[in-house]
Design a protein around this ligand. Structure first.
Ligand code: 6R9
Length: 644
């Protein structure tokens, strides 16, 4: 990767953006010299019932560990995302919904959003949802998904959105973990012309765990099974309640949502975000990173089931009175021009997507892009994984016609919003680099022992101080929260990412250094896939690693040892892939299954993943020292047995 290709800030951006270089540098200084004053100023962007007097109370150390922001502040997230915009923007469009079918779209104004969210909130209240209760959402990309999130926020319930691509088992686990007894879903989802049986999946999940109620929104109108006394039809209920619902005054540190994400152990982690700090962060970063101004049409293509959908489809944009696009479909339906057709149709100015989508579209050539105008675009963004410079250049030259800066935003479910990103009016760009930290974000690159590495270097990425959008805990497991993020390098938050810093101080994320792989921008724990594989009656043992994949970034490579007497054959391979899809969901389906007569283990029984990674990457010359293995012979067998 060359550090020399630099795309300077276009002059017009330097002149007009919210943040130019001088402002960025001043903000960095202010955050350093007077952190309380700096963050107080950032918090002023929200509407508070009581503005906080206590700004920051944080320690990353074991003995007095705590993360609290704006602690005595009182506010309501839905008021900040809706009510406060009404006097001036009642008739402005809040959400543009674009259906899977290009003939279907809708525009919802802030006034309409207020009524819809209030009705939703009243339905929840009528059915016994109280402040503090956990509500699980398993929804397609329809406006009701956003209404439901905001309705929970309005009444102080804590939502847990589970991506609609997860299996009934995964859904059941997430319902159980947070003790949620209320589920919101739809009859079916619609994506790329195909239906997704959401309600049927909920029914299947509820064979494993029980809840009080299931609220069902009608999307396709399909006939779905109905459990009397448990299932509630949203439409008639919404019509029967009032279109106004008083907002619950919430403390800044009251939980806003839980979002499950993959970690390096088998059990997904319930990342908890709270009210004040999270919203400050989502709103501020949405404005500065995208140089957002009300009236501009902003499109983040992420599903609401991921953190990107939370922060940059719903909360950040709506807190900034934006017009946010919600897209139900996929990039290649009805054809490969769809993204750009939607851009033209709704005159999208800011477009934010994942590198994996760009790589898939790039493969189709420039034709489908050039068939559209894209003249409304002024800024492009990426998120979810490192973007290879080739895809970056294609995005810049072909999609943006060289005119639009690209913000490559590095962040995590845990961070609530962007931490390392270019600001289009301030930062010169280097393809493949997320560039520089936002003001107040204190990065540190360390070696394996935790020693700080200075200057141009490469190592593990830590953050030495808190920011308002930081997660507060793992739901119900403070100890696991501390152990996962703060014990590897005491006194610091460890991101799990490797990172390089170049001579200009630019940061280049190199990918996960733990047992998490990033498949199409989605996090998957290798242990989760392994647990799913060994549930199959024929499987004795499994080890999963990531390997470079042209489109997905990383693919899932599974080594499988079968029980004695079971024959390895292609039908079984297909069956195992199907089994994992069923256990976790399609995103976890292995790309490669490698039959392994044995796995390389140390004498203490630890699987040597380093060797498995090298074999998966076909770097057979770089297997390193295998002499410490209990049985070095298994490596030769694996090398010989590589699938074609
Ligand atoms: C927002 C989101 C987080 C992990 C993160 C890192 C990778 C995200 C990136 C990036 C390089 C970027 N990641 N953005 N890597 N450049 N711009 O994706 O959250 O699903 O929790 O994933 O994704 O490895 O640690 P999440």
């Amino acid at each position: 990767m060359s550090d020399t290709a630099i795309y300077p800030v276009p002059e017009e951006w330097a002149r007009t953006a919210h943040v130019n270089r001088a402002r960025y540098e001043n903000a960095c200084k202010a955050a350093e010299t007077d952190p309380e004053g700096f963050w107080r100023g950032v918090a002023e962007r929200l509407e508070w019932t009581a503005f906080p007097t206590r700004i920051k109370d944080v320690s990353f150390h074991k003995d007095d560990f705590r993360i609290r922001w704006f602690e005595d502040g009182i506010l309501n997230v839905s008021v900040n995302c809706i009510d406060r915009h009404l006097p001036e923007r009642r008739d402005d469009v809040a959400i543009i919904w674009e259906g899977d079918d290009p003939a279907e779209s809708a525009a919802i104004t802030y006034g309409e959003l207020h009524a819809a969210v209030c009705r939703f909130a009243n339905v929840l209240k009528k059915h016994g949802v109280n402040r503090g209760d956990r509500v699980t959402l398993y929804m397609p990309m329809i406006p009701e998904a956003a209404y439901a999130m905001l309705a929970c926020a309005r009444i102080g319930a804590v939502h847990s959105v589970v991506f609609g691509g997860f299996s009934p088992d995964s859904l059941a686990g997430r319902i159980e973990d947070c003790g949620s007894d209320f589920v919101i879903t739809a009859d079916e989802g619609l994506r790329g012309g195909k239906t997704i049986p959401l309600k049927a999946n909920v029914d299947a999940a509820l064979e494993k765990v029980s809840v009080r109620s299931v609220l069902v929104v009608r999307r396709t109108g399909a006939d779905v099974a109905w459990v009397e006394g448990r299932d509630i039809d949203y439409g008639p209920e919404a019509a029967s309640v009032e279109a106004d619902c008083p907002p619950e005054p919430m403390g800044a540190e009251d939980p806003l949502f839980i979002l499950y994400t993959s970690g390096s152990t088998g059990k997904p982690k319930g990342v908890l975000h709270t009210t004040g700090g999270y919203l400050v962060w989502a709103a501020w970063t949405h404005e500065v990173t995208f140089d957002y101004r009300p009236g501009q049409v902003f499109w983040c293509t992420a599903d609401v089931g991921w953190v990107t959908g939370h922060s940059y489809l719903v909360y950040g944009p709506l807190a900034n009175a934006a017009t946010t696009v919600m897209f139900e479909g996929v990039p290649n339906y009805p054809d490969h021009s769809r993204f750009w057709q939607v851009v033209d149709k709704h005159r999208v100015e800011i477009f934010y997507t994942a590198p994996t989508a760009l790589r898939a579209l790039m493969r189709e050539g420039d034709g489908p892009v050039k068939a559209t105008s894209r003249s409304s675009l002024r800024l492009l963004g990426t998120v979810g994984e490192p973007i290879n410079p080739e895809a970056w250049r294609w995005y810049h030259e072909v999609v943006g016609e060289g005119r639009c800066p690209i913000v490559d935003t590095w962040w995590q479910t845990e961070t609530g919003g962007h931490l390392i990103t270019p600001l289009p009016g301030s930062t010169d760009l280097k393809p493949g680099s997320a560039t520089l930290p936002l003001p107040g974000i204190r990065l540190q690159i360390v070696d394996a022992e935790g020693h700080e590495l200075t200057g141009p270097t490469e190592g593990n990425l830590c953050i030495t101080d808190s920011w308002p959008g930081q997660m507060r805990t793992l739901y119900g497991d403070d100890q696991r929260f501390f152990d996962t993020y703060f014990s590897t390098y005491p006194g610091r938050y460890f991101t799990g990412d490797g990172c390089r810093r170049d001579a200009d101080g630019y940061y280049w994320i190199t990918g996960r250094v733990d047992d998490v792989i990033n498949v199409s921008g989605h996090r998957m724990g290798t242990a989760e896939v392994e647990s799913a594989l060994v549930l199959h009656p024929y499987v004795a043992e499994a080890a999963v690693v990531g390997y470079p994949h042209d489109i997905k970034g990383q693919g899932i490579y599974a080594y499988v040892t079968l029980n004695a007497g079971v024959d390895a054959h292609d039908d079984l391979r297909a069956e195992l892939i199907k089994h994992v899809r069923g256990e976790i969901g399609p995103i976890a389906a292995p790309d490669v299954i490698h039959w392994a007569p044995g796995l390389p283990k140390t004498r203490s029984g630890k699987i040597m993943r380093r060797i498995l990674r090298k074999i998966a990457e076909n770097e057979l010359g770089a297997l390193g020292d295998t002499s410490t293995l209990a049985d070095p012979g298994v490596v030769d067998d694996l090398v010989k047995g590589r699938p074609a």
